[in-house]
Design a protein around this ligand. Sequence first.
Ligand code: FAD
Length: 392
Amino acid sequence: MAAQVISQAPNARAIDLSRLGREMWDVLVIGSGPAGSIAARQAALRGARVLLVDRSVFPREKVCGCCIGHAGMRALRSIGLGHLADQFSAPRVEQLQLHVGRTVSRIALPAGRALSRSAFDSALLAEAVRAGAAFVSGVVATVGRVDGDVRGLELKNDSESVRAMARVVIAADGLASPSTRDCEEIRVAVAAGARVGVGARFAAEGVIPPNTIEMHVGREGYLGLVRLEDGSIDAAAALDPIAIQAAGVRGCLTAILRGSGGERLTACVAAAEWRGTPPLTRRRTPVAAERLLLIGDAAGYVEPFTGEGMTWAMETAIAAAPIAVEGATHWSAATARLWIAEHRRLLAGRQWSCRMIARVLRMPRAMMLANRLLSVAPALARPVVRHVAGGA
Ligand SMILES: Cc1cc2nc3c(=O)[nH]c(=O)nc-3n(C[C@H](O)[C@H](O)[C@H](O)COP(=O)(O)OP(=O)(O)OC[C@H]3O[C@@H](n4cnc5c(N)ncnc54)[C@H](O)[C@@H]3O)c2cc1C
């Protein structure tokens, strides 16, 4: 039976949460970022009764570089959603312009697209609802214990709190994954000195070359800028927490830009409203427990560079949905083991490469030398780019 649409309206107060608590859901998905909305859609298309919940009201922004990489576009096409980028006239992204010191290298990227998270996430959410998933916004979910063949949860909005039940829960609630914070089965390890993400969106004519991610690297971290579908600029950075303490977010960004030939951007960066994230690099183990699967950033995260996170979120969602649907009727200890193995198969290699890139980015001399080399021989970057970002 197809799940009913409980709410497409962004008014959380109008929703009777107790109704949700009385139902038994095959699959309950927490978080409607790219991972959660795609998992909910794919599970609903397989005939499961799906409830998707998010604490935010949509459309909402999210700190992100907003580049859907080549592999991310391939993942979208594989489930028939490749048209979304065209629907919004999302600019193509074909080049990484890397500024380190006074050296600039131009590295060809397998084609991706730049699309604001407010547009992309809302479009994916609409697709999940169209496929039959019920959606409720403004609701914070917390994963509870297993009781027999049911995983319990708490759903809470401004005015009430109810216990909900699902055969399988998919936690897709992002980097901090607050829904699994009290889950004894899942351990979280945050990397020492992990960088912090910050992001902003601002209007600025002609400051970024078309079809390009402009990346500035400095001691304090790195800042990427790209033009979005409406001509505005998305800026996202990963910054050293000690540098933030010393100079503040704008101070760090200005220092990075001044040290890498980005002076023309300092005024925009100083005027922009910056939002932050918790420390970025973290590992969650295991990525599955009884009647619980972790996907997207909730399953662990490595510092971003040219847009891997959404690709990983989408790929894990597509792979987890059939496992969740099958698990809703026939859960066994093997189901959790299957997801742990599948998650490792999908991501372990690429996450290792990103960790290595993040390490080099923290070595200013090595980075400067590497960029000098790339400025004269950009093709040297091709194997790494292909491995991390996908492409022919
Ligand atoms: C600085 C920076 C730059 C980046 N640049 C790029 C880039 O260019 N390209 C790219 O592909 N990736 C990039 N990323 C990574 C990308 O943003 C993430 O990997 C991606 O958003 C992960 O998607 P997700 O669906 O797992 O989680 P999210 O997109 O974080 O979605 C999680 C959702 O869960 C909801 N939620 C949280 N807690 C609860 C709760 N308890 N109950 C209910 N709902 C809850 C939130 O409201 C949110 O909507 C970047 C990240 C950073 C920090």
